[in-house]
Design a protein around this ligand. Structure first.
Ligand SMILES: C=CC1=C(C)c2cc3[nH]c(cc4nc(cc5[nH]c(cc1n2)c(C)c5CCC(=O)O)C(CCC(=O)O)=C4C)c(C)c3C=C
Ligand SMILES: [Fe+2]
Ligand SMILES: [Fe+2]
Length: 341
């Protein structure tokens, strides 16, 4: 690693949002997002028909409305929080720090150009995809896109990418710290709600071609766990509850934000919301460790919509534990992840 801070730049890369909540901008964003072969893996022609002809015409107006419910004077929460994280990190490190989004703006090319403008002699760029867990549709697409643009632009700096940090002690400690005040002094149930992915994507990245989604696969050691999203979510949960000292009857795991009819990781958060009150879980805390910055999927889906579902199903209290956003422990963890590369 090049240690000289004058020669190094940092990019924090997040998923991205539409530029505005207008349907045309949301449509453009969804088009870019869902046409990504690592998000919808069908052959190009079928993907085009599906996205442009079926999903987008219905989804864009609905998503625009959802975005309107969480939009701020500074625009998208996700993008604004990523900017704030950048500012907080910049206070702590000498290297220039910029942000990039996988979809929408600012894109990765803009981020490279910005770094070269700030520090023309840059020799290494360190990219931190802000996804704790490995998925084709998150970490993989971000790093592939960054490498592709790096090669296409014939940039002379070296590009280094920080690996998923789902079990890194600094991420686990920061997650536990962000939850401690909510879980202490009560016996509320804690639901760990992770973004779901299609089961097919787990099989596609099973390097053994025979391990994943069979029996107790995710708790049985395997070389494929470096690519297994489900294993990594279970590990994050295990380590966070260990750090918090939560007994096993106090927490559970679910997967949110399913799209379409295929099999996705289960149980579905939305189904659990209607089941939990009947099982005697009336007071609920929900945390979303696959997101480090609050976004549509946490602020609208979890904090608003799923709360309504839970309360209508007979819940007594429901609290969403915000993402780590710009909490000092998380900013320090980011610094650690970048230093250790
Ligand atoms: C945490 C990592 C994420 C994974 C893995 C992921 C997979 C995935 N997502 C979709 C479809 C949509 N996701 C949408 C929003 C969204 N997704 C993530 C993160 C992951 N997605 C974030 C942070 C956000 C919020 C963006 C924001 O602007 O705040 C959306 C758009 C909104 C909507 O219409 O619901 C879609 C669509 C798929 C299909 C997928 C895996 C295959
Ligand atoms: Fe998503
Ligand atoms: Fe697994």
């Amino acid at each position: 690693m090049i240690k000289d801070s004058n020669k190094r730049g940092i990019i924090l890369m997040n998923l991205g949002s539409p530029d505005t909540t207008e349907v045309k901008d949301v449509r453009r964003y969804l088009d870019e997002f869902l046409m990504d072969e690592r998000v919808i893996d069908s052959p190009y022609i079928w993907r085009s028909i599906l996205v442009k002809g079926i999903i987008n015409p219905f989804r864009a107006p609905k998503s625009a409305e959802a975005y309107r419910a969480i939009w701020t004077k500074d625009g998208s929460p996700l993008v604004h929080i990523t900017r704030q994280l950048r500012d907080a990190l910049q206070e702590k490190v000498a290297e220039p720090v910029v942000i990039a989004m996988r979809y929408g703006n600012p894109d990765i090319r803009t981020a490279y150009e910005q770094l070269l403008h700030i520090a023309p002699g840059i020799e290494e760029v360190v990219l931190l995809p802000l996804y704790p867990h490995y998925a084709m549709s998150s970490f993989e697409t971000a790093s592939v896109e960054a490498r592709k643009v790096h090669a296409d632009g014939k940039y002379s700096f070296k590009l280094s990418v920080v690996r998923p940090f789902y079990n890194h002690p600094a991420y686990i400690a920061a997650m536990a710290e962000s939850m401690r005040e909510y879980v202490t002094g009560n016996d509320k149930h804690v639901l760990f709600s992770y973004h779901s992915i299609p089961e097919k994507h787990i099989h596609m990245r099973d390097i053994t071609e025979s391990h994943c989604l069979r029996g107790e696969c995710c708790t049985t050691p395997s070389a494929t766990h470096s690519y297994c999203y489900r294993h990594q979510c279970l590990e994050t949960t295990r380590l966070v509850v260990e750090a918090l000292g939560l007994p096993k009857e106090r927490y559970s795991i679910a997967f949110q934000s399913k799209l379409g009819r295929a099999e996705w990781l289960r149980p579905a958060t939305t189904l659990r919301m209607t089941q939990m009150p009947a099982e005697g879980i009336k007071d609920l805390l929900v945390v979303c460790p696959s997101f480090v910055s609050d976004c549509l999927e946490t602020l609208e889906e979890i904090a608003i919509r799923e709360k309504e579902n839970f309360m209508h199903a007979g819940g007594n209290s429901y609290e969403y534990i915000p993402c780590m956003n710009t909490r000092p422990a998380w900013v320090s963890a980011v610094e650690t992840l970048l230093r250790e590369l």
